[in-house]
Design a protein around this ligand. Structure first.
Ligand code: ADP
Length: 581
């Protein structure tokens, strides 16, 4: 086993398993009993033949029959108990691991989730922990029970005739080299299989999330064949891993073929010549027949551990990823005041997105960010909410840099209403309450009223308690937006970040959403990524951005008078070309 595998196992043991030692001890005891019963069983075959069948002793018949029945009953209880205990520990360990993974994932940067798709992460949190559990349970059971079984059966064989035993098991040591070489490959093939399973989950996630566009664009067949290819890839990888796992028991069977041949030939001739009793031979033969099964299982253990290691490696890789957006050691208090971007530069990997962006959004006023797509407007919001940090330059609120205040406090002072209204599969009321979890029912209702949510919710039989469906699929686009606006109202944060929807709503929805937004931005420092002419015109300041910096700023009237970029954009939009703004 490699050093890293050992350290992974040690870590798993220390952090997750060792706490369950009393249960494991109990399970081990039961495994010893279960394993030992096989030895006893084969030992009893000798009196069964010699005293009962050959000698015809009726009294012996009774005790041998009851003894065998008794052994099997004990085996049943011990087996039942040990399985339950091991599975219990396995489930506790995996559920603990899942809880820890989620807590860790929730603390990671937004950027991590751009590199790791939801499907792949689901596969890690669910698939890998379950793979680990199944393998770990099987391995623990096998180590405990099968070792004892092998020891007790071999003892019976040696007691019956050590020379036979030697001959029968002579083939086993010869297997060590081929077994070792098979097991070595299992970890890497299993790792590949787990990666293929991740890709599969990613694709499933994309299919289910993109169902509407798949249907509308009639991409069913395309997606079907894409999935077909992916699953064929998965099948290939999984089969490679399984082939490795299946090879070890096959090798043991080959060696048992040799064992049986030798014993039947030599043992049989000794019985014919009268040197040995039939009972001795049958007892030995039973033990030999029984020993290969636990041996087969034991031969797969190293492979099982290697396979579990592949999942464990993937799980710890997540746990070892550290967030890069860090809280300051000595945070200053969040202040209210102007939001100032001062010479801010920011790049995603190689591509520079913001190139010295400077502007001031005055407290209590509305600032509209305008400019072509890709200008960096959304990045302004990501920086303010500290989903990402600037490469250089400063972002301050009331004079305090966003990187100097506590992240939680900073985010409490911001409310974000995005383009895609993120709703969860819960009731309308609960979706609003996500703005402030301790809000009373009356406060939720007041927010719903102000955002024109009651308008439609009251028409529904369950009112605000109506479930919105997965990702809000039970509501219309305009309704979803109003729910997110109500959420922001409840949040009552001094700074509002608004990404105005580009997708057209019907006139009535647009009016209701517009009014709700106007009410929401009253008295707050509002930054809006604006697309609608009316929003832009009414803003206190318009910041025209292009390629990561400000090209113009001022009020609508000022910018029109300047007859620059804004005036040109405005003319285009007035003429019905909506895209540029
Ligand atoms: P806007 O909101 O003005 O349309 P964005 O702020 O969304 O612009 O994006 C600005 C630039 O940053 C775009 O060129 C985009 O390709 C790039 N970008 C945005 N997000 C990422 C990302 N996660 N990784 C790499 N580049 C990104």
């Amino acid at each position: 086993m490699s050093g890293s595998a050992k350290s992974l196992l040690v870590r798993l043991w220390r952090e997750h398993i060792v706490a369950f030692w009393p249960i494991l001890l109990g399970a081990t005891l039961l495994m010893v009993i279960e394993g030992g019963t096989l030895g006893l069983m084969s030992y009893l075959v000798q009196p069964l033949f010699d005293e009962v069948f050959v000698a015809g002793d009726a009294a012996a018949l009774t005790w041998v029959a009851f003894a065998i029945a008794g052994i099997f009953s004990v085996r049943a209880f011990a087996g039942f108990g040990q399985r339950l205990l091991i599975v219990k520990v396995g489930l506790r360990v995996t559920t603990d691991l899942q809880t820890r993974l989620i807590a860790h994932l929730l603390a990671l940067d937004a950027r991590f989730f751009q590199d790791n798709s939801p499907g792949a992460l689901i596969e890690r949190v669910r698939g890998d922990t379950f793979a680990l559990q199944g393998l770990a349970s099987a391995t623990l059971m096998s180590i405990g029970r099968d070792t004892i079984a092998v020891i007790s059966l071999v003892t019976v064989m040696v007691v019956a005739d050590w020379q036979w035993a030697l001959m029968a098991l002579a083939g086993v040591p010869l297997l060590i080299v081929p077994l070792y070489s098979v097991q070595k490959r299992i970890r890497s093939t299993t790792f590949d299989a787990r990666e293929a399973a991740s890709d599969l989950s990613t694709q499933l996630d994309e299919i289910f999330h993109g169902m509407v566009s798949i249907k509308v664009n009639r991409l069913e067949r395309y997606e079907n064949s894409r999935f077909g290819k992916q699953i064929a890839h998965f099948l290939g990888r999984q089969m490679r891993a399984e082939r490795g796992k299946a090879a070890s028991p096959a090798l043991i069977d080959l060696s048992s073929a040799i064992g049986f041949l030798v014993v039947v030939y030599f043992g049989g001739s000794q019985i014919i010549s009268g040197e040995k009793s039939l009972g001795e031979f049958m007892s030995f033969f039973t033990a030999l027949a029984l020993v290969f099964d636990p041996m087969r299982r034991l031969s797969t253990i190293a492979g099982q551990i290697q396979a579990a290691m592949a999942s464990l490696e993937r799980l710890y890789a997540v746990l070892e990823t550290q967030p890069t957006i860090l809280a300051p050691a000595q945070p200053v208090a969040v202040r209210t005041g102007d939001v100032v971007f001062d010479e801010v530069r920011f790049a995603y990997e190689e591509s520079e997105v913001l190139r010295g962006l400077s502007f001031t959004a005055q407290q209590g006023k509305t600032t509209a960010l305008v400019g072509p797509s890709g200008a960096g407007k959304s990045t302004v919001f990501s920086l303010l909410t500290r989903l990402v940090d600037p490469g250089s330059g400063r972002i301050t609120i009331g004079g305090a840099a966003t990187t100097d205040v506590d992240i939680a406090e900073l985010r409490d002072s911001l409310a974000l209403v995005g383009q895609d209204s993120t709703l969860f599969d819960d009731t309308i009321a609960q979706n609003i309450r996500l703005g402030r979890l301790d809000a009373s029912d009356d406060e939720v209702r007041a927010a719903a009223e102000a955002a024109s949510v009651l308008e439609f919710a009251d028409q529904m039989p369950l009112g605000l308690d109506t479930p919105v469906g997965p990702r809000g699929s039970g509501l219309s686009g305009g309704q979803r937006q109003r729910v997110t606006i109500a959420r922001a109202m409840l949040r009552n944060a001094p700074i509002l970040l608004l990404d105005e929807p580009t997708s057209a709503l019907d006139a009535r929805s647009e009016k209701l959403v517009g009014e709700a937004l106007d009410r929401l931005s009253q008295g707050r420092t509002t930054l809006v990524i604006a697309h609608r002419l009316s929003t832009i015109r009414n803003a206190d300041l318009i910041v025209v951005m292009d390629k990561g910096h400000v090209v113009e700023q001022g009020s609508h009237a000022e910018l029109m008078a300047a007859d620059g970029a804004y005036a040109r954009l405005h003319q285009l939009q007035s003429a019905g070309v909506t895209a540029p703004l």
